[in-house]
Write a protein that binds this ligand. Structure first.
Ligand code: HEM
Length: 479
């Protein structure tokens, strides 16, 4: 059996190893993985070997078939600690399982339909506020919409007018996370986290307590540069304050509806004490859903408008679909009537997957693509890599929504498309996003034309999500 020493090695991007600091370097590296024929290759971060599954089959082993042998990367959990704590995105083990079980019913396809009206109404409100000739940034508009949709649908809160302040705070937090993803000090931090946990299992009494408290301390990024920076602390405070206000407001209104906050506030620990969730845990879950529920969708929508503007024939098809609703509202969720807008949204996420990479760490030795990886090995599954593999997507740079016609999609490996990841940690908001994207696209396209210079190429900016660098500037024109 081949060993890890036999795996093909990817050339370093810079002195730190495989992950360049610039977005362009990160993208180029993931594109290079897409042309590998080997299912698994090796790279490094500093002195640490890291592994990249390149084929859909190898990605399937990591995310689905052998998911039990992996945890989310502790480094990412440390970086997200102050923003999202142990929320659904970052938690592990029994906590993650019980929280996922609790929240899943709210995100099944059937109950999802009740959010369609909110999505249409919020998009219509944004369209109402536009005036002909106005200069806008489309990604700013889509952030406002997606943030308001999640605020209204999940928290029954109106965040439309606060979107700028909340969006700026979030950008500050995500920028800091992104800057430290490949930080040598993060590697040291995780080593300390592991060492304190492992030593604690071998000691007793006061020393054990001390090690456990050090371990808890290392779960937060307290030693990383910039973590005490006033701007970052203020950003976390702004988000905290708004989420806490939403929670307090729902408590005051009574907990009678079956919505997200009611579920969080009335849940009792199913396996043990019957205790309610702590305020801290409610806050962590709420922030997680608020952030994960809009940043990604807003980014995918902004790229959708950009790509359509560069492809007039496809834009005409999307518009025709929106126009077919006449003056009637795009309310009830009728996927067949929005089939083309859905394909546009899917194809935009293929070219620009909002979350590009899913970092994992092995919990035990595990065989991937015929090679046994040791315990604590870092493995990065890249959606971006899968989305640019030429055998799944001929001419992969071309924007072609018809790749998502059912017969063409059926011919592809399921893991060739991973914008929502896969397996047990698959995005809980998948159906929510796949309903919201086409509804918002059609609602705006029906009302306005966004004049986006077709000759300007907008580059990617990796901000934890793959945002359009500098936004998507446009002029609003009457249709
Ligand atoms: C276009 C929109 C979206 C994209 C591309 C997206 C993408 C993803 C991806 C890739 C993951 C898994 C990351 C990993 O495996 O490491 C994830 C997880 C998650 N997403 Fe989404 N997401 C979107 C919309 C949403 C929405 C609308 C919500 C909530 C309303 C949401 C909530 C979550 C949560 C809570 C998790 C963690 C799930 C868990 O680990 O159990 N996402 N998302």
């Amino acid at each position: 059996m081949p060993t890890i020493a036999d795996l093909p090695r990817m050339p370093d991007v810079d002195l730190l190893g495989s992950f360049g600091l610039a977005t362009s370097e990160r993208l180029a590296f993931q594109r290079a993985l897409a042309s590998q024929t080997a299912p698994l290759v090796r790279g490094r971060i500093l002195h640490l070997p890291v592994y990249f599954p390149c084929t859909p089959e190898a990605a399937h082993e990591v995310l689905v078939a052998k998911a039990k042998s992996f945890e989310k990367s502790p480094g990412l959990r440390v970086l997200l600690h102050d923003l999202a704590g142990e929320g659904l995105f970052t938690s592990e083990g029994a906590l993650w399982r019980s929280q996922r079980r609790l929240l899943s019913p709210l995100f099944q396809p059937a109950p999802m339909h009740r959010y369609a009206d909110t999505m249409r109404a919020v998009a219509a409100r944004a369209a109402d506020e536009m005036t002909p000739g106005a200069r806008i940034d489309v990604s700013h508009v889509t952030t406002r919409i997606a943030m308001s949709v999640v605020g209204k649908a999940l928290f029954d809160a109106d965040t439309f007018d606060e979107a700028d302040a909340l969006g700026a705070a979030l950008t500050t937090c995500l920028q800091w996370v992104n800057e430290h993803l490949a930080d040598p000090q993060l590697v040291a931090h995780v080593l300390a986290l592991d060492a304190t946990a492992s030593l604690a299992t071998r000691t007793e009494g006061r020393l054990r307590d001390l090690l456990l408290s050090a371990h808890a301390r290392f779960s937060s990024p307290f030693l990383l540069p910039g973590v005490r920076d006033a701007k970052l602390r203020e950003a976390v405070r702004v988000l905290d304050e708004r989420i806490t206000a939403m929670i307090d407001e729902r408590r005051r209104q009574g907990l009678t509806r079956d919505d997200l906050l009611t579920r969080l506030l009335t849940a009792r620990d199913p396996d043990g004490s019957g205790e309610p969730m702590s305020d801290r845990q409610v806050r962590n879950e709420a922030v997680t859903l608020f952030v994960a529920g809009h940043e990604t969708t807003a980014t995918a929508l902004a790229w959708s408008f950009y790509l359509l503007a560069r492809n007039p024939a496809l834009l005409a098809r999307a518009r025709a679909e929106a126009d077919a609703f006449g003056d009637g509202p795009i309310t009830a969720w009728e996927p067949e009537r929005l089939a083309f807008c859905t394909r546009v949204f899917r194809e935009a996420m293929r070219l620009y997957p909002p979350i590009m990479m899913f970092p994992r760490r092995t919990l035990e030795p595990v065989e991937i693509a015929g090679t046994t990886l040791p315990a604590r090995a870092l493995v990065f599954v890249s959606a971006y890599t899968q989305h640019y593999r030429a055998e799944a997507y001929p001419d992969p740079d071309r924007f072609d929504p018809d790749r998502w016609l059912p017969e063409r999609e059926a011919a592809r490996h399921r893991m060739a498309y991973l914008p929502f990841s896969a397996g047990p940690r698959v995005c809980i908001g998948l159906h929510f996003a796949m309903m919201e994207g086409p509804i918002v696209l059609a609602t705006l396209l029906r009302r306005w034309q966004f004049e986006i210079d077709p000759h300007t190429t907008i580059r990617e900016d990796n901000f934890a999500t793959l945002r359009p660098r500098g936004g998507v500037p446009a002029i609003v024109r009457a249709r």
